[in-house]
Design a protein around this ligand. Sequence first.
Ligand SMILES: *[C@@H]1O[C@H](CO)[C@@H](O)[C@H](O)[C@H]1NC(C)=O
Ligand SMILES: *[C@@H]1O[C@H](CO)[C@@H](O)[C@H](O)[C@H]1NC(C)=O
Ligand SMILES: *[C@@H]1O[C@H](CO)[C@@H](O)[C@H](O)[C@H]1NC(C)=O
Ligand SMILES: *[C@@H]1O[C@H](CO)[C@@H](O)[C@H](O)[C@H]1NC(C)=O
Ligand SMILES: *[C@@H]1O[C@H](CO)[C@@H](O)[C@H](O)[C@H]1NC(C)=O
Ligand SMILES: *[C@@H]1O[C@H](CO)[C@@H](O)[C@H](O)[C@H]1NC(C)=O
Ligand SMILES: *[C@@H]1O[C@H](CO)[C@@H](O)[C@H](O)[C@H]1NC(C)=O
Length: 451
Amino acid sequence: MKLCLLLLLCLCRLGLTEEFTPAADVAEETEEEVRGCGGRVFSPEDHRAIGGAVEQLGLRLLEKLPVGLQQPNVVLSPLSLALALAQLTLGARNETEKLLLENLHALNLPCYHHVLGSLLHHVSNTSLEVAARMYLRPGFEVKLSFVEDSLARYQSSPVPLVSVKEVNQWVENATNGHVPNFLESIPHDVVLMLANAVYFKGEWQTRFDPLVTSKGVFYLDNQNSVSVDMMKSAQYPLRLLDDPELEAQVASFPFKGNTSFLIVMPLPGRGNVSSVLPKLNISDLYRRLPQEKTMQVNLPKVKLQYRQELEEALTNMGLGSLFSGPDLSGISDRPLRVTGVRHASTIELSEEGVEASATTVVTSMRSISLFSINSPFFFALVDDASMTPLFMGVVTNPAPDDDPMLNDDPGRNSTMSDQPLMDDVGERDIDSERGHRQPLQSMSGLDGKTE
Ligand SMILES: *[C@@H]1O[C@H](CO)[C@@H](O)[C@H](O)[C@H]1NC(C)=O
Ligand SMILES: *[C@@H]1O[C@H](CO)[C@@H](O)[C@H](O)[C@H]1NC(C)=O
Ligand SMILES: *[C@@H]1O[C@H](CO)[C@@H](O)[C@H](O)[C@H]1NC(C)=O
Ligand SMILES: *[C@@H]1O[C@H](CO)[C@@H](O)[C@H](O)[C@H]1NC(C)=O
Ligand SMILES: *[C@@H]1O[C@H](CO)[C@@H](O)[C@H](O)[C@H]1NC(C)=O
Ligand SMILES: *[C@@H]1O[C@H](CO)[C@@H](O)[C@H](O)[C@H]1NC(C)=O
Ligand SMILES: *[C@@H]1O[C@H](CO)[C@@H](O)[C@H](O)[C@H]1NC(C)=O
């Protein structure tokens, strides 16, 4: 599994003819906080509080991002976005600072910058590569305190903005080659760019056998499907939960090291990915996930790219004033505004892992359940210690470049045959019906229950 992402936040001068505006001297509060927190060591509880805030930020953004035919899949890093907005917060004052902290869900979190910095340190020590940079247009007068705080809290080092080529090179390098040619040009009025890149390469605790991977059906909706490479395992240890509240199946796949991959797959016909987002609470799901159990698992092999300007989604979240007239007087005495927030990411799910799953074991199991990820799902890569979603997204079409096919049995409203039903999942005996469809009656029974 590989995930990588780049986020770039551009700021430009607000009107080159603006009068020189002296900065309001309101840095005290921030500096007070900064001083009061110095030297403290933060506990796992502190990190979990920030993890919850990062999750909220990510989910609220995800709700605002369009998912549809044009853009069927979304991959973002709430942590990377939190890093960019938090860095901006270091230079924000008055209402702008408050608005940012509100959207970071940080209003009630003491020492936010210090704890987030410490969390970033923790995850980059265990699982993630995080790189941050601050590009400054030569001649732009930036406040020293902003540069120092950015460096101290977020390891964002200042570098002169010299050329598109140089920026693209850094991006390509920081994302291990996954994001080439990120920018075509840099508008002349851009004076400051805050960039960060996160890269994750993980191995499943239990890997899939590539020899068993074969074509399988992924249902886009009840009419259309695509053919995808399905990674399969007959006996995979997994924590699986059928959540009647979310009307979804929830599973957590552990990676080597202390991260795991959470999948939430709404039951077809009951809910959809958009309708579960407002209800998600990752730490609550982890708390409720049962013990690991051996089961049959099918997981699509995916390789997806995502690029998106986030201005509209952030505006819809309530951060519109960043793009019009924010108070960023902690960065510079000259008025600034954010001109763009550009984002690129990739995700690759493959068989690689640590130990083989016991595909060849032939113990006779009386009853084994099946988890087949064959319809749109939400995912999150979670740092287990802090419950921080390092990445999250939705996959509604794992093969966006292929033409969808009509479901193979158009006479039926739902052909999600190997989709276990809510009531009997976990207990279904697949020995007797391996490869067979769910009986029709069950599907109409499900229809009956929804209405
Ligand atoms: C910021 O707030 C301070 C008081 O908190 C006020 O004196 C100052 O005028 C404000 N600055 C702006 C630009 O609104
Ligand atoms: C980084 O991780 C190693 C072990 O994985 C640990 O010994 C070390 O203390 C950690 N460093 C920090 C700063 O957390
Ligand atoms: C690329 O990144 C590596 C570490 O990620 C760093 O050591 C190296 O100097 C970088 N190269 C360039 C050209 O930036
Ligand atoms: C994972 O977490 C456990 C305890 O929570 C710890 O003992 C172990 O060192 C961690 N592993 C890594 C690779 O950080
Ligand atoms: C998802 O479900 C909600 C309500 O259950 C519905 O309003 C919405 O149209 C559905 N979205 C899609 C893409 O089917
Ligand atoms: C999520 O669940 C946890 C534990 O159940 C709870 O403490 C937390 O407040 C919940 N978060 C939200 C945003 O509801
Ligand atoms: C299939 O859907 C149509 C309309 O959506 C409905 O009239 C019909 O009863 C459904 N058939 C079954 C078997 O559920």
